[in-house]
Design a binder for this molecule. Structure first.
Ligand SMILES: [Zn+2]
Length: 99
């Protein structure tokens, strides 16, 4: 009996590997906009962090996010992303249950 292969992604904050459904996706769209992508379906270059503020902060503080997305994440963008991230981490059923 084989389990379906998990889609493992690495958290930019803590380096933990997890199924991508357990992580919050941040995406850079082809237009160059950076935003949190709760659906994980938007096209663009994606990066993943745990639904944990500490991981988000670690990812932006050392600009791992900018490097992962191959873009410059401006201070304004970080502010907005932090907001979006908190929203997703606290309201998305995936992250509320079982933790
Ligand atoms: Zn993490």
């Amino acid at each position: 009996m084989k389990q379906p292969k998990p889609h493992l992604r690495t958290c930019l904050g803590c380096g933990r590997e997890a199924d991508k459904r357990e992580l919050v996706r941040i995406v850079r769209s082809p237009e160059g906009d950076v935003f949190v992508d709760p659906s994980s379906k938007r096209s663009g270059r994606g990066a993943y962090v745990c639904a944990d503020e500490a991981c988000f902060e670690a990812a932006v503080r050392k600009d791992r996010l900018g490097r992962a997305l191959k873009t410059t994440v401006k201070e304004d963008d970080i502010e907005r992303l932090r907001h979006e991230f908190e929203q997703v981490a606290t309201s998305d059923a995936r992250f509320r249950s079982g933790r």
